[in-house]
Design a protein around this ligand. Structure first.
Ligand SMILES: *Cc1c(COP(=O)(O)O)cnc(C)c1O
Length: 337
């Protein structure tokens, strides 16, 4: 199968599969798993944070950050398009009694500083207490400008807010700008990073923060059922995600550009090239075609896409240049009929 639906579909690498077999393990709930401890220490050191926590998913890492920074009746400011507002089942409200205050995302993924400032509530019993600003990078495949992150950090500091980064794909943002990941993470009090997307680990995310927040997050992780016992099997693969897979993301970005240019040459699709900044391509269906039928026919040829009037195609380690050529060829055959 050639699967363009998401970079979450990446399979663990051969080195990761080998690492599962030899990983030293213990009970992580007791703090006894050497592979998990190693991963957490390594990640904290790598990204310049006091502490790190291995979590079962990016959703869990974000939720733990929100529950770490905010108490019942507090709120966080985030983008309307933020994953931790729109795509995480309302977890902060459901499980944390935390109110989201979503704000418009600009075309580049940022949120206007004036919108942030205007949304911060005064200390008044009518209002939830504004505690946190949560940003996302990359967002919809777009890289949020570095200068903006610095300004957002200053504003948060000035207003007494903490600042969180949903950095599920922060490695893509760093590689696209040819920067170390720390150049991005330096602006934040906490950061979540998905290891199971473009970085190819089978399971898991890492949450980075200071010791106090990590301690709180560790407690909530147990409460949420995320105490994973011999999680070292997974942590061993997760380590390799951070050490071996980051640089490789450049290939995914090159492949996304290639895919976008091939697709834009087909008249049924309108590709906004300005959105092709990392590993995602967005194509609007403009021709008289039923994209659901096209998706079904592609599936019979072993190619998976998420059908929709705006297609989101994601490149990743398990998609090669040849796979993209096969996709374009099959697509043209289907469209000609
Ligand atoms: C995928 C994703 C998450 C959540 O990760 P899961 O591991 O799928 O729970 C969070 N934020 C962003 C921006 C994501 O793309």
């Amino acid at each position: 199968m050639i699967d363009f639906r998401s970079d979450t579909v990446t399979k663990p690498t051969a080195a990761m599969r080998a690492a599962f077999g030899v990983a030293e393990v213990g009970d992580d709930v007791y703090g006894d798993d050497p592979s998990v401890n190693y991963l957490e220490d390594m990640a904290a050191e790598m990204f310049g944070f006091d502490g790190a926590l291995f979590t079962s998913s990016g959703t869990q890492a974000n939720l733990l950050a929100l529950m770490g920074h905010c108490e019942r009746g507090d709120e966080y400011l985030c983008g309307q398009q933020a994953h931790n507002y729109k795509f995480e089942g309302g977890g902060a409200a459901v499980l944390g009694s935390i109110q989201p205050q979503p704000l418009t995302n600009q075309a580049d993924g940022s949120i206007l500083l004036t919108d942030i400032e205007a949304a911060i509530k005064p200390d008044d019993i009518h209002f939830a207490r504004t505690r946190l600003l949560s940003l996302e990078n990359t967002i919809g495949g777009k890289v949020v400008p570095q200068g903006y992150l610095a300004q957002a950090q200053s504003l948060a500091f000035e207003k007494g807010l903490k600042i969180h980064l949903d950095g599920a794909r922060v490695a893509n943002a760093a590689v696209a700008q040819n920067l170390p990941i720390t150049e991005i993470t330096q602006y934040f009090d906490s950061v979540s990073i998905c290891l199971s997307k473009g970085l190819c680990a089978p399971v898991g995310s890492i949450l980075l923060a200071d010791e106090r927040l990590i301690k709180k997050a560790r407690r909530w992780r147990k409460v949420l059922g995320g105490g994973m016992r011999q999680a070292g099997i997974l942590a061993a693969a997760a380590q390799l995600a951070l050490t071996d897979q980051v640089e490789r993301l450049a290939e995914d970005h090159d492949n996304a550009s290639y895919l976008a240019s091939q697709l834009s040459a087909i008249s049924c699709f309108d590709v906004d090239m300005s959105l092709v900044q990392t590993n995602m391509v967005f194509a609007t269906v403009v021709g008289e075609i039923d994209i659901n039928v096209v998706a079904k026919e592609l599936k019979q040829k072993g190619i998976l896409i998420s059908a929709g009037n705006t297609l989101r195609l994601v490149t990743h380690a398990d998609i090669s240049r040849t796979d993209i050529d096969s996709f374009i060829r099959e697509l043209k055959v289907i469209l000609q009929r």
